[in-house]
Design a protein around this ligand. Structure first.
Ligand code: 1BN
Ligand code: ZN
Length: 363
């Protein structure tokens, strides 16, 4: 009888804990680890103190970038927008630096490029995570039927991912409860300057993602995991589990999609796989062995072209951007970041405190 009662008590306690979401233990991650046998990342505990991301603010960050004009390397808009990023991250209290380099385009044109690196340091953290997006805009509209040789606004392809990361930096800077893990936000340059599809003979390899290739070869931080955001702002966007991310960062992908299911953003995060794509995460993973998930829009109606109709056309402008999509992606990523602890000791202390809080008061 006594045994049955205690069984009942612990069952009730477990239900209580799950209900308040205080110490939810979720799936063990299974994606590959970083260099030196670093364990793969967890969504080990649910952090209820995650601050709220603001969709209006994220939208304003997209608009600001688009208003500079197409951020094509070697243009004035590109220089001014890069300077704006440096100022803005600094204003949010993040340490920021520009990694300048000359990237060689497929036709040997030299592109004056800058990767922007903003860092948040958490007290006593031994782990660092990487959040990234590309900030350059495509120099041609090679999938459009008109003005093919003019650059695109890149409101979604470029500005949206950056805007979500800026909104995360702003949110963290104003939050009472801070992340416990170190965060590097890296804005890669010269991602979108690869071969235009009107060039028939394409003999060179690796003409895309020039900024991430340079950064990965010149960076010695050991990241626990990474998340890449690309085309994350269009109205009605759907994010499928991208094939390369699934193959090399399975745990990160599955945990992110689980977070989405729990916070109700799963209308955007679809639990189905999409084909592999070459994006910045591939170079970060191949060169630095960082398991990195790419959150990128996929159009299931057109799997042959992968992307939505506006891709690399002049339709990729502010009119297709939706603050709800930006907010859904930002909140999902921020919850995942807040569930990530800066050290095992911090994770254990968090779990212990949550258990104490969940204990029924002693008589
Ligand atoms: C993603 C967005 N990419 C460019 N804009 C990377 C890419 C390059 C995807 C070539 C497909 C082909
Ligand atoms: Zn692109």
């Amino acid at each position: 009888m006594k045994k049955r009662n205690s069984y009942k008590f612990y069952s009730l306690l477990l239900i209580f804990c799950l209900a308040i979401g205080g110490i939810t233990y979720s799936c063990g991650p299974s994606g590959g680890g970083g260099k030196n046998g670093t364990p793969p990342p967890p969504v080990a505990y649910w952090n209820n103190n995650t601050p709220k991301v603001n969709g209006d603010s994220a939208y304003a960050f997209v608009k600001k970038q688009v208003d500079f004009g197409p951020r094509v390397p070697n243009s004035e808009a590109h220089v001014k927008c890069g300077d704006y990023f440096l100022e803005q991250f600094k204003a949010y209290g993040w340490k920021v630096e520009a990694q300048s380099f000359k990237a060689k385009r497929y036709d040997d044109v030299e592109l004056d490029s800058r990767n922007i690196i903003a860092s948040y340091k958490a007290p006593n953290a031994t782990r660092t995570i990487l959040l990234a997006a590309h900030w350059d805009a495509r120099f041609v509209a090679d999938k459009d039927s008109t003005d093919t040789k003019k650059p695109i606004d890149g409101a979604n392809d470029g500005a949206s991912g950056v805007a979500v990361l800026m909104e995360l930096a702003r949110t963290v800077s104003q939050a009472k409860v801070k992340p416990t893990v170190n965060i590097d936000i890296v804005l890669f340059d010269s991602e979108d300057q690869g071969y235009p599809n009107f060039i028939k003979e394409q003999t060179k390899q690796d003409t895309w993602c020039l900024g991430s290739q340079y950064w990965a070869k010149n960076n010695d931080t050991n990241y626990w995991y990474g998340i890449l955001l690309d085309m994350v702002g269009a109205k009605g966007a759907k994010f499928y589990k991208e094939g390369y991310s699934v193959r090399t960062a399975k745990g990160v992908v599955n945990d992110l999609w689980q977070v989405a299911a729990k916070i109700g953003t799963n209308g955007y995060f679809i639990g189905l796989n999409s084909p592999e794509i070459v994006d910045d995460h591939v170079y970060v993973n191949k060169i630095k062995s960082v398991p990195m998930a790419d959150i990128i829009e996929f159009d299931p109606n057109d799997p042959a072209t992968y992307f939505a109709k506006y891709h690399h056309t002049h339709k990729d402008n502010i009119d297709i951007i939706d603050k709800e999509t930006l907010k859904a992606v930002g909140q999902t990523v921020l919850q995942y970041v807040y569930n990530t602890f800066g050290s095992q000791e911090q994770a254990d202390a968090f779990q212990k405190a949550a258990q104490e809080k969940a204990k029924p008061a002693a008589k």
